[in-house]
Structure formats: structure tokens, C-alpha cells
Design a protein around this ligand. Structure first.
Ligand code: C2E
Ligand code: MG
Ligand code: MG
Length: 562
């Protein structure tokens, strides 16, 4: 499937050009000697005594050869025969041939041209002309190769991203009256395909898709956009409805070299052609992102709302720095109650973004975004410090300190230094470690080899660890016993099921299990007296939820502490 030009090595940037290798096919010994003696200074010369030998050498060395100098009149396979046989082999015919003619016969020259020779050198030789012709043929060939390498993707032969941008721009201009459509494709888990089937099959999948899309969008443009992404642009009337796209994608998957090939498609219909082509492509990928974690959908259409959402996200990111320096992020505190004595025994800090106009943004609107772009690590640390300082103030007022838990995003696990910095903050503020505990979501504990080291370091430093949202994701009972969490927080989604008998049984067993492992159990999102009663019967230790209290701003929380 690889293109022929793969076999020719191009110079790497900065690499000094070595002597180019040339093949001289000439039967006259004296001519051979004259040619090699003056060409050797500039080129690496291989000699052949006749066409037969020449073809053999060409077959062996075509990868390194830059040009062939070919005599026409030779016994045992003459120049014409050499050209004819070379033309039968696609690889060999990529090496340019310069014919040496002494006959002065125009007919012979025309025949050679027809057979694919690129130039002539008249005999007797004028050395300057010979070197000049060889050099210009080599230069021309190498610039074409460079251009091909930049324009076409090595593996699939379709346009590269850069070439696509260029040609798409031209096409948009040339067909200005047409409606354009963009279809982008992203192979799911391509790394997994490579690792389970091998790179060769991975390559086959890519070539298969390139070929299929090229056939499909014959009048349009198809390019390999990223390693496992394709972009296709077409114009005119197309039925890109969900139904048609579904049929098409099923067909593509059925004929693929591997079973269960999953591809996500983003469709941007009736493209706004006034936009830069890179923005047009972004919109296709924006559509794909909207179904990124969705296993049920593989086709998404770009909508203006997606664009709005993306702009809002960018604005939220851009405002992060000023929000930190203007202290717009504040912690609210949601009390936790001991079920037996119905008294506050602690609280969870929950971030709120208070805008300058006093309006409040909830964490659901910015935390998922900050988790994706990594800003969450800084926000978490900011809130952690904020909570430590709050505890410090209470301590100075002589208030008895109750533990306040702080949420730590899974993104932090990958940041070395988080544990050290948190320890430093606690020491700086002079509060006991026991009054700030850390909540990690249970999904953060999955598939993560670093998690053991991370959690152990936190615990060794003196922090208590709470496993947050237990039961909301993939509950891993193993992590419960293996990692040093001392509290289990049962997620609201489980609590909501305790009205039904089966749900009640699950929660009961979770509580028994956690207690068996020496953990404390707290139920989250408890809203009704009935739930409180059931949880009390099940010997759940603590409760956090609207039934007792909503998350409170600091002053109200202080009042509640009494
Ligand atoms: P979470 O850590 O599981 O926090 C509990 C969420 O449930 C809070 O939502 C809380 O207001 C809500 N909640 C508590 N009781 C009830 C109830 O009875 N009924 C209902 N319907 N909801 C209840 P909130 O404050 O919107 O926070 C949502 C999530 O955002 C949190 O879930 C947490 O994952 C994340 N989050 C909040 N603050 C931070 C933070 O500082 N850092 C990080 N990394 N995540 C945070
Ligand atoms: Mg939490
Ligand atoms: Mg939770």
C-alpha cells in the first residue's frame, strides 16, 4: 500500500548532501573510463557494460540511485530494450534516465523520449554539459519528491493536512457558488488497534479508510488530518442525513480489515465559506467532541450552539486568572451530621464562583472544563488554602475545629508536588492535619498505578482520605480494601434508590462492607426524613444533604457552628 516514493530517501533538514549515486550503462570500455574518471569527482558512479547488467544493477540499487546514463547502441540488450524493460517495473521507472546519443538520429531520440527518457547527452562528451544535465535532472526529481512528500501522506497517499488547507482554499474560491460540506472522521482507540492487531493491520485500516473516502468523495478533497483522523470536503447536493450517514458508516465498518472498527464522524453541513479553513475543520471536530464519551452515538452534526458553548468555555478559561486574583472563587460549606446525635460533625467545602455583579456560577459549569484543561489543579490548591486559612481564623477565635473535607480532582494525581505543597500549606497555616480531609472520587482510583503512592503519601502526611461518589461510576471493591481511605461517601444516586427494596439491600451491604473494612460511612444527597430514618436503621454514620443543610456561605456556616 505504500507509495513508491517511500523508497527514496530524502535529505533530513540540516543534513549535508552526500555524493549522489549514478549508474552509467555503456558498452565501450574507453567511453566508460572517460565518463567515470571525470564523473567520480562529483558523483558516486556505478558502471555496467550492457543493458542486461544495467537492469540488474538498477534492480538492486534503485533506492540509492539518482540517475541513469544510458548508451543506446549496445550488444546484449540495447538502450531501447533497457527502457522498455525498466518501464514494466513501477519502482524502477521512478529513476530518471538520460540517454547518450552519438548517432545524431532524431528518430532514435524521439523513440527514447516515448520510452520515458528525460534528456539527451550528445557524444562526444562535453564534460560541462554532462555534469550540468545530470545535476538539473537530479534537482528536478528531488524537488518533485520533496513536494510529493509534503503534499501526500506517506502511508495512504492522500493529502496531508497542509496540502488540504491549500487545495481547500483554492476549491472554495473556484466553486464559490456551491454549498460546501465537511465530514471529519476520528478512529476510536486507534492506539488499541495498533497494540492488539499490530502496526501493519493499523496501517491497513488507515489505507482502507483513505481509499474508501477517496472513492466516496471523488469530486471533493480527502486528507489525513491527524494520525487517526480524516477530513473530507465536498460540495453540491448531498444527503448527509443521520439515516444515510448511519448506513454509510455501517457499510464502512463491515468491510473494514478488522471487526468492530469504531469511527466517530462530525458533519458540518453548508459550511460558512467565509471562515478560515482551519476553523471550518475545528467545527467538524467540535461536533465529534460532543459525542466523545458517548458509546451510543458515532455521528454528530455541528450546530451553532456548540460554537457558543466553545466560546463560553474559552471565556471561562480566560477569566480564570483574574477570578483568582480578584478572589471570585469562594468555598461554601455543607455541614455533615452524625445520624445518631443529629449534630454537626464536619463539613465539605464546595467551590462557588461569585461574579463581580454578585451572580453565582456553580461548579458543574466550570469544573468539568477545568478538569479537561488542567486549571483544576490550581483551583483545588487555591480552595484548599482558602479552607486552611478559614480553619486558622476559627482556631484563632478559639472555636473547636470540625474537619472540613476538600475535593481534589483526579487530574492532581498526575502532578508531582501536589502532596508536598498541600503539606506545606497546612504547616504554614499552623492548623492540625486532622481538620482538613481530602475527598477523591472513586473513579479517580481506577486504572491508575500512581494512585497507591499518591494516597499513601497523603495519609502518611496526616490527611484523612474520603472516597467520594461511591456507587456513581464503576465501583471497584478492590480499591476499597487496597487503598488507605478511611471514609466512604455513598453517592446520591445510590441514596435515591433506598426507597426500593433492592436499592436498600445494596446500600445496606455497602455499609456493612465498609464497616468491616474499618471505614466510616457517610451518605450524600440525603433530602428526606424517610431517607434519614432508613440510613439510621442501616447504621450509616453520617449524613450530608439538603435535609439537614444546603451548602452555606462562610458567615452562615459559622452561625450554624454556634
Ligand atoms: P461532590 O463532591 O459529590 O459534592 C456534593 C454535591 O452534591 C454538591 O454539589 C452539593 O451541593 C450537592 N448536594 C449535597 N446535598 C444534596 C442534596 O440533598 N440534594 C442534591 N440534589 N444535591 C446535593 P455542587 O456544590 O454543585 O458540587 C458538584 C460537584 O463539583 C462536587 O460533587 C464535586 O465533584 C465538584 N466540586 C465542588 N467543589 C469542588 C472543588 O473545590 N474542587 C473540585 N475538584 N471539585 C469540586
Ligand atoms: Mg465531594
Ligand atoms: Mg460526592
Amino acid at each position: 500500500m505504500r507509495k513508491d516514493s517511500d523508497n527514496v530517501r530524502l535529505l533530513e533538514p540540516g543534513e549535508a548532501p552526500a555524493k549522489r549515486k549514478i549508474l552509467v550503462v555503456e558498452d565501450n570500455e574507453l567511453n566508460r573510463e572517460i565518463l567515470s574518471s571525470f564523473l567520480e569527482e562529483k558523483f558516486d558512479v556505478i558502471l555496467a557494460e550492457n543493458g542486461e547488467e544495467g537492469l540488474k544493477i538498477l534492480g538492486e540499487h534503485y533506492r540509492e540511485l539518482s540517475v541513469v546514463l544510458l548508451d543506446i547502441c549496445m550488444p546484449v540488450c540495447d538502450g531501447f530494450e533497457f527502457l522498455r524493460r525498466r518501464n514494466k517495473d513501477k519502482l524502477l521507472s521512478t529513476i530518471p534516465v538520460i540517454v547518450m546519443t552519438g548517432s545524431n538520429s532524431k528518430d532514435a531520440e524521439i523513440q527514447c523520449l516515448d520510452l520515458g527518457a528525460v534528456d539527451f547527452i550528445p557524444k562526444p562528451y562535453n564534460f560541462k554539459i554532462v555534469v550540468g544535465r545530470i545535476n538539473s535532472v537530479i534537482k528536478l526529481r528531488e524537488s518533485v519528491l520533496t513536494l510529493t512528500a509534503v503534499e501526500h501522506d506517506e502511508l495512504t497517499g492522500i493529502y496531508t493536512r497542509q496540502a488540504f488547507f491549500y487545495h481547500a482554499k483554492t476549491l472554495l474560491k473556484a466553486k464559490a457558488e456551491e454549498r460546501f460540506h465537511l465530514i471529519v472522521a476520528d478512529i476510536r482507540d486507534f492506539k488499541l488497534i495498533n497494540s492488539s492487531y499490530g502496526d501493519k493491520i493499523g496501517d491497513e485500516v488507515l489505507c482502507y479508510l483513505a481509499k474508501t473516502y477517496t472513492k466516496m468523495f471523488r469530486d471533493g478533497l480527502v486528507s489525513r488530518y491527524g494520525s487517526d483522523q480524516f477530513v473530507c470536503m465536498t460540495y453540491g447536493d448531498w444527503d448527509l442525513s443521520l439515516e444515510t450517514m448511519k448506513k454509510l458508516t455501517e457499510e464502512i465498518a463491515e468491510n473494514a480489515p478488522i471487526p468492530n472498527l469504531m469511527i466517530k464522524y462530525g458533519v458540518y453541513e453548508d459550511v460558512d465559506t467565509s471562515l478560515p479553513i482551519s476553523v471550518i475543520c475545528d467545527r467538524g471536530f467540535m461536533a465529534i467532541r460532543s459525542i466523545r464519551d458517548n458509546y451510543e452515538h458515532s455521528i454528530a452534526y455541528y450546530t451553532e450552539e456548540m460554537n457558543q458553548k466553545q466560546m463560553q468555555d474559552r471565556a471561562l478559561e480566560n477569566r480564570f486568572e483574574s477570578a483568582i486574583s480578584n478572589k471570585e472563587f469562594v468555598a461554601y460549606f455543607q455541614p455533615k451530621y452524625d445520624v445518631k446525635i443529629e449534630k454537626i460533625v464536619g463539613a465539605e467545602s464546595l467551590v462557588r464562583w461569585i461574579n463581580s455583579d454578585g451572580s453565582m456560577v456553580m461548579p458543574g459549569d466550570f469544573i468539568p472544563l477545568y478538569e479537561r484543561d488542567g486549571l483544576i489543579v490550581r483551583l483545588d490548591e487555591y480552595i484548599f488554602r482558602h479552607v486552611c486559612e478559614f480553619q486558622r481564623e476559627l482556631m484563632e477565635k478559639g472555636q473547636e475545629l470540625l474537619p472540613i473535607s476538600v475535593n481534589l480532582s483526579r487530574a492532581s494525581i498526575h502532578h508531582i508536588g501536589v502532596v508536598d505543597r498541600y503539606v506545606e500549606i497546612v504547616k504554614e497555616t499552623g492548623i492540625p492535619f486532622s481538620c482538613v480531609s481530602i475527598e477523591l472520587t472513586e473513579t479517580a482510583t481506577l486504572n491508575n498505578v500512581k494512585i497507591r503512592d499518591f494516597t499513601e503519601r497523603l495519609v502518611n502526611a496526616g490527611f484523612a482520605l474520603h472516597m467520594d461518589d461511591f456507587g456513581s461510576g464503576y465501583s471497584s471493591l478492590i480499591t476499597l480494601s487496597e487503598l488507605p481511605f478511611n471514609t466512604l461517601k455513598i453517592d446520591k444516586s445510590l441514596v435515591d434508590c433506598i426507597g426500593q427494596q433492592k436499592g436498600r439491600m445494596v446500600v445496606q451491604q455497602v455499609i456493612i462492607l465498609a464497616h468491616g473494612l474499618g471505614m466510616n460511612v457517610i451518605a450524600e444527597g440525603v433530602e428526606t426524613a424517610e431517607q434519614v430514618e432508613l440510613l439510621r436503621e442501616m447504621e450509616c454514620d453520617d449524613i450530608q444533604g439538603f435535609y439537614y443543610s444546603r451548602p452555606l456561605p462562610r458567615e452562615e456556616f459559622i452561625k450554624k457552628l454556634g
